[in-house]
Design a protein around this ligand. Structure first.
Ligand code: NAD
Length: 381
């Protein structure tokens, strides 16, 4: 069978779903690899490097769609792209089926078997395919780098002949994958880092990354904001008030704020209100990683960098992984080839779409002309 990767059509997308290295692994699984001309350029992979890795470069997306048995891409396809995929073929991509119902209807109606990389169950066996985590890790790192590029001072404290420089104080709200990566990056640059999360069990992880966990003065039984699967539950109004009071106290003291707080299936909770921005020092920087879901900060504008009246820079970019396209493509393409490895048990270049396999079933949103999303709850073993 042939695995093909088209150029991403979204102008804001620089990532590519197949790299020369992932193609070498796919060939060992028995696949022939195709790529649309120029698909890897913005991620730093020229056509010649694919050719050297044994990949066939195809002139147009249409030619690629006509020939490939498996299409691997990054962003959910446009409906017009879906229509180019012949019935019975397999699409592997980010799809966000809950938000993209028209797309889901179309892939099923067109008979395309679709695997959503954002639906890979978050279990140990599937970690190597967990593209949400690999991209969130990059987003957390890049958020701190972006903050540094907009901050007029050092992260680390210094005593120099020209004077004493205090270290930057960084607060990270939400210590999931992106938040922990942000903490690790900020502490490694020498900042004094604080972090808050509604799930008390992450305190240890926060501290192991070198940050200080921000505790609230709250009854312990009510402090637990954990739901199942490592995700948070919505906070009670009393808890939220305590949390906001704490943030109000911290706002004038911190230089950089990275927010990543999210509860699956909901809009991002508003945690950094306009009055908190007003009480921050001029030159402070906020990077709101939850911008795509409305943002954790009142003043965030998705995909924009704005400056508040008192000189606080607020960054709401939603494409941080694409801003590190080489790294992000390398990790994403590795997630994809691991998925294909599980789909190719005999390593003979032939897909076996085993709907009894928890990981494959969980990620499959359309199969044999039927919508298969949401998946059934995991079996109790
Ligand atoms: P995650 O679910 O692992 O982490 C979210 C964290 O927020 C959890 O630890 C949760 O407990 C915490 N949280 C929820 N409500 C909270 C509250 N009220 N106060 C404090 N903490 C709270 O998610 P993740 O994979 O780390 O991703 C984090 C965010 O980054 C998401 O919004 C994701 O969409 C976003 N993201 C953005 C980009 C970008 O380019 N901007 C890229 C990747 C991910």
């Amino acid at each position: 069978m042939k695995v093909g990767t088209p150029k991403e059509v979204a102008s804001a997308e620089a990532r590519v779903a197949m790299t020369p290295d992932s193609a070498r692994h796919l060939q060992k699984l028995g696949y022939e690899c195709l790529i649309e001309a120029g698909a890897g350029l913005r991620a730093g992979f020229a056509d010649t490097v694919y050719l050297d890795a044994g990949v066939r470069v195809v002139d147009t997306a249409s030619a690629l769609y006509a020939e490939a048995d498996v299409i691997a891409k990054v962003r959910p396809p446009e409906l017009s792209e879906v229509d180019e995929i012949p019935s019975g073929k397999t699409l592997i991509s980010f799809l966000y089926p809950a938000q993209n119902t028209a797309l889901l209807d179309r892939v099923a109606a067109d008979g395309v078997n679709a695997i959503a990389m954002d639906m890979v169950p978050r279990i140990s066996r599937a970690q190597k395919m967990d593209a949400l985590s690999s991209m969130a890790n990059i987003a957390g790192y890049r958020a701190v780098i972006e903050a540094g590029g907009n901050f007029g001072r050092f992260f680390t404290g210094q005593i120099t002949a020209a004077g004493k420089v205090p270290p930057a104080r960084v607060l990270v709200i939400g210590a999931g994958v992106a938040g922990l990566a942000a903490i690790g990056t900020a502490t490694s640059l020498g900042a004094i880092t604080y972090a808050f999360d509604v799930r008390p069990e992450v305190a240890e992880q926060i501290e192991s990354m070198g940050a200080e966990f921000v505790f609230l003065d709250f009854e312990e039984t009510q402090q637990d904001g954990a739901a199942s699967g490592g995700y948070a539950a919505p906070s009670s109004p009393e808890f939220r008030e305590k949390q906001l009071a704490k943030f109000r106290e911290l706002a004038p003291q911190i230089d950089i704020l990275i927010t990543t707080a999210l509860i699956p299936g909901r809009d991002a909770p508003k945690l950094w209100l306009a009055d908190m921005v007003s009480s921050m020092k001029p030159g402070s920087v906020i990077v709101d990683l939850a911008a795509e879901r409305g943002g954790n900060c009142d003043l965030t504008v998705p995909d924009q960098r704005v400056v508040s009246d008192n000189g606080v820079v607020i960054i709401g970019y939603t494409d941080f992984p694409s801003r590190m396209a080489n790294q992000a493509s390398t990790l994403y393409a590795t997630n994809i080839r691991h998925m294909l490895s599980d789909l190719t048990p005999s390593k003979d270049g032939k897909i076996v779409h085993d709907m009894d396999d928890d990981v494959i079933r969980g990620a499959t949103v359309s199969f044999a002309g039927e919508i298969t999303f949401p998946p059934p709850p995991p079996k109790i073993k």
